[in-house]
Write a protein that binds this ligand. Structure first.
Ligand code: G6P
Length: 431
């Protein structure tokens, strides 16, 4: 991964970081790196995520799915138990004959439609929950199971589970004798893309898991104690420093359709990890060039509270634009769609810089397994580094847990005081 922070310097942008401040920050990065390296070596909760590229056993995952030859894969999970898998297959399995769908919400209209459309007798189901208790995931799984049964499909033959050591999903897998993979120890869901959690559908779609993990390992090898030598830390440190200077929003804007879900994955990673103690940088999702024609107006001319992160692969497949003799379109003829997209990318950066708005450029070599593995690893490392600089507990999400308990209490799944707060809602209704 390559990161260019030039357009985040105070000489170019407001808010921006001056060179002296960057040097001071680099000393804090060195300390944070020591902490991260210690946590990683000791397999501490959360830091253990950075060991995944080294530890994840691609062959074990490939063996577990070897008996499946589906037309479609249905991931049943939510948050960190779905977004990594979706991101990876969207980025890397575009040409696969197998389609990957996800049920990461419990909107009945969507669930019913999807189950009506799926070839259930040719669908493999991957049910993922680290805790094994998440209501949305478990409820969706029960609905899927029932739909398969009603269609005369042996759901147990078509299901693989990934979950923690114990919990209701583990119990269910054991009771039904389902193949069950383990969520790695010490790895929060949002940091688990490069594990069984994120890789099962990719394996069924013939993504090169070894290359993906090799990309992650290259990221791990590149972690050093200076932001000037380490792209992951450069990104994490600069995003943090800009937030401290007023850029409280980080608009993640990949210029590649295959990375649209990456922005969604990033949003969970950044928000759940860093949104603590009254601070944190709000992730926004955008897609270049599409959102250049909508959100960019705000990014360039709205409040000075944003960092725009533009991401692109440095190589793209060819797609020539045919010549035309329409006078005003002649400049397009003979060009390539990729050249146009890159021109849009550079135009966005320049347009932000001309208005003194900070942006950071993140580039990967191309949309292949190794580069995407590197991107995911590096952004996780950036997030962990930022967590150290903020001084927050990066690996917990107590605010999310609150809502989970409230919803569960409302459905009669236990006596939770959080559910009382829902019942006590203040109303001021206008109809
Ligand atoms: O994997 P699960 O235990 O089902 O959790 C799925 C998701 O649930 C929660 O909402 C957490 O805040 C997320 O971090 C997690 O990824």
């Amino acid at each position: 991964m390559r990161v260019d922070i030039g357009n985040a310097l105070a000489s170019e942008a407001d808010p921006g970081i001056d060179r002296d401040a960057l040097d001071d920050l680099d000393e804090r990065v060195a300390d944070a790196h020591d902490r991260i390296a210690r946590g990683t070596a000791d397999d501490e909760f959360g830091y253990a995520s950075l060991n995944l590229p080294e530890r994840t056993d691609a062959a074990e995952i490939e063996d577990a799915v070897a008996g499946f030859d589906p037309e479609a894969i249905l991931t049943v999970g939510i948050g960190g138990s779905a977004l990594g898998a979706i991101t990876i297959t969207e980025a890397l399995a575009g040409d696969s004959p197998v389609d990957h769908y996800a049920l990461d919400n419990v909107d009945p209209a969507h669930v019913n439609r999807l189950l009506d459309d799926l070839p259930l007798d040719e669908t493999a189901v991957h049910v993922v929950s680290r805790s094994g208790t998440t209501a949305e995931t478990l409820a969706n799984f029960l609905v899927v199971r029932e739909a398969m049964e009603s269609a005369g499909v042996d759901w147990a033959e078509r299901t693989v589970v990934t979950t923690g050591e114990s919990g209701p999903l583990r119990d269910l897998a054991e009771a039904e004798d389902l193949p069950a993979l383990d969520v790695p120890e010490g790895v929060p869901g949002r940091f688990s893309a490069l594990s069984t959690v994120g890789l099962v559908p990719a394996a069924m779609m013939d993504v090169d898991l070894d290359a993906l993990l090799a990309g992650g390992r290259a990221g791990a090898d590149a972690l050093t104690g200076s932001l000037y030598d380490c792209p992951a830390y450069a990104y994490g440190a600069v995003a943090y420093a800009l937030d401290q200077r007023g850029a409280s929003v980080n608009a993640m804007m990949p210029y590649a359709e295959g990375l649209e879900s990456f922005a969604e994955w990033f949003a969970q990673l950044w928000a759940e990890s860093l949104g603590k103690d009254g601070g944190g940088q709000t992730p926004a999702r955008a897609l270049g060039a599409t959102d250049q024609h909508s959100q960019l107006q705000l990014y360039r001319a709205g409040p000075r509270d944003k960092l725009v992160t533009v991401v692109r692969p440095r190589e793209r497949p060819d797609s020539p634009i045919p010549e035309t003799d329409v006078a005003d379109l002649e400049y397009l003829g003979g060009q390539d769609l990729g050249t146009l997209l890159d021109a849009e990318f550079e135009a966005t950066e320049a347009s932000l810089a001309a208005a003194e708005r900070p942006s950071v450029r993140v580039e990967i070599d191309r949309m292949d397994a190794e580069s995407v593995g590197r991107l995911l690893f590096d952004v996780e490392a950036a997030c962990i580094l930022a967590g150290e600089l903020y001084g927050v507990e990066t690996f917990t999400q107590p605010a999310v847990e609150w809502g989970k308990k409230a919803a569960r209490g409302l459905l009669g799944g236990g006596d939770f005081e959080e559910a009382d707060a829902v019942r006590e809602k203040t109303e001021l209704v206008v109809e």
